[in-house]
Design a protein around this ligand. Sequence first.
Ligand code: MTE
Length: 328
Amino acid sequence: MTLIRIPKIWESLENEITPETHYYNRRQFLKTLVNAGIGASLIPLVGCQKSSAQNALENSLNLPKISPLRKNPAFSKVDRPITDENLAGSYNNFYEYGGTKKIWLKAQKLPTENWKVEVTGLVKNPRTYDLDDLKKTFPIEERIYRFRCVEAWSMVLPWIGFPMKSLIEAVEPTSAAKFVRFTSFYDSEVTQGPSFHLGALPWPYTEGLRIEEMANELAFFAIGIYGRDLPKQHGAPIRMVTPWKYGFKGAKSIVKIEFVETQPATFWNTLVANEYDFEANVNPTKPHPRWSQATEKFISKGPGLSWDIKETLPYNGYGEYVASLYST
Ligand code: MTE
């Protein structure tokens, strides 16, 4: 039997982010990235001339604009600048397309045409939506949210989409529905990441929320970002955004939403239950077994990868909206 090594979510960070001291020495920083075999997709971005990688990246982001675009005044800014669009679009986690941060090119294989999202389970009005239906049925708006990955890096992202609670209102869950399971697109012919994907991981990627969490004002489905349709590397055409939780709760490229009675199994929790709990609320006082969660590397300015160290806030700064969900 072949033993398949499963890279853990944290290994991306440990292998790919260099110590902060290198940030102050750009030459050393770039050299370190090259030696680590990473950053290849970022290095052309710092040259004077646009490389073909830069062009390809910009093409992957240059999608139709969403207009008119209502900006929700309650979420129009945070205390930090919005992360550079090219940087956010070239530093991603999307394990279906590989175990590194530079999957943006491979993710272009994701077939988003004629996308359908099935909403099913314990609901009065089950329905399958295509992207046009979603845009016409739900109140589309922009929300600027903090984004905190469990790997201790963070960004600020201008999502476009609609509140999850508006989908709940449309499908009317029955009183038996207590949880919701979200399933990402998976097709082993398309989503070919590294060899560890071959049968070893619990594909498809799934995530879950308690129904009260899904009904919270903050819980959001994104169908766009930076004023345009959602790029494939960010989880086109529709993904979850729950800014008070670690980023892995935000399943990408969703094909199915099921209202269920019991807590569903989820991808990372199935793999490493003691390190990725179902709730996964951002909590600076609860360290990950391998590193502290007290601070984060805030990635904001391009063109190269750099960051500022910031303190991590309970619930990622969204306690006023969500803390009551967790008071027993
Ligand atoms: N969804 C799917 N289907 N597959 C993934 O590997 N990674 C998660 C989340 N959603 C992931 C996923 C993790 S660990 C993070 S941090 C975010 O997506 C990253 O989102 P971004 O690349 O748009 O910043």
